[in-house]
Design a binder for this molecule. Sequence first.
Ligand code: AMP
Ligand code: MG
Length: 398
Amino acid sequence: MLKYLEAVSKIRGLASPFPVETVPLTSADNRVLARPVFADRDYPPFDRSAMDGIAIRLADYQQGAREFHIAETIFAGSEATVALEEGTCYRIMTGAPCPPSADAVVRNEDITYISSQQVRVQSEQVVPKQHIAQQGEDLTKGDRALAAPCRCDVSAIGTLAALGVNNVPVYANPSVAIVTTGNEVVDIGRQPNRFQIRNSNQYLLRSLCCRWGLPIGLCQHAPDDPAILRETLGQALDHHITIINGGVSAGDADYVPQVLADLGVETLFHKVLIKPGKPILVGTTPNGGIVFALPGNPLSCLVTFKLFVEEYLWCCYGFAHTRLKKAQLLNYRPKKTSLDEFFPVFREIHTDGYTWRPHHGSGDITAAVGCDGIGWHPQNRRDIKANEVISILSLSSF
Ligand code: AMP
Ligand code: MG
């Protein structure tokens, strides 16, 4: 049976880049940029005043001048018509171009008006180019502004807009099929009898897919009946990613592995030395898709999605760095098994570390409520001491 990291490296070996498509900037939120973006011109494109105030000749100030005659007012979006002469200044607004004849801006806070045409500089010190954002200081034309892959988060969206990228090259998101299984599992719109449970994992999986922007092409439930399973999975396997829930363990009604084999799915691995989620099966379909058959318990479903489905997506988007983040676990955690264990972690607002809390088992529907990530207790560690740094997978996708 594979260990966690061995299973992860098998998944990485399967990943290949998703196709690239172009979407309007207004639809690019949270998508993954597939091509680097370069500056179309210098940024700032001109020497720009960073403050409301006056623009002066530094030499005048250095020679002792403190009073200046206002030659002209320059607003953002317009330019000066005259060059500064000795003892003169511009009134200048934030965002306005600072003409070459001025080489320092003094803030309004540091000047007083003697008359509407005459100001006095109060500052003790004026340094060259102060409060002037210089042309090209952020980017020079042709510089790489955004590397790829890069998630189009809020600041990337702002930068793309600043660069005039209206059509954004992003990786196409793969379509997903979700198939839940189990005779005891009923749709949430129905009243379950005493021995039935609601199909919560369908919604859990929808929500997880939604965070990655994955379109869900098929979402169905199948009872533990090989013929019906075969029919449902037959349709599901047309999608790039098929996520199956339940029916993958060793019970008498766990038909998923056999049905997948009958449908030509080649097993990449079945069962991994992890807790929760040990029964997971990952395989490839005859037409190049990938199947993740996740165990049915809610926490197992969440953890195995985070560990394996997200690893696959991450690699297909071309991210090279690890998804794991370092974080401090504030409370002691013992471990009895020799498995890699995964558990919900909760961020403590006042200390910035994380804590874990016991639950009864992976069937608890509240085990992960309010958690910020999934912590990793490595297989070879008996216990984690209080305040040790561990690796976590953040609950947000990226
Ligand atoms: P299985 O992996 O099919 O053996 O199921 C393991 C446990 O997860 C059982 O207690 C199931 O009732 C439960 N379970 C299976 N499918 C779901 C589902 N879609 N939503 C919530 N719980 C489920
Ligand atoms: Mg089942």
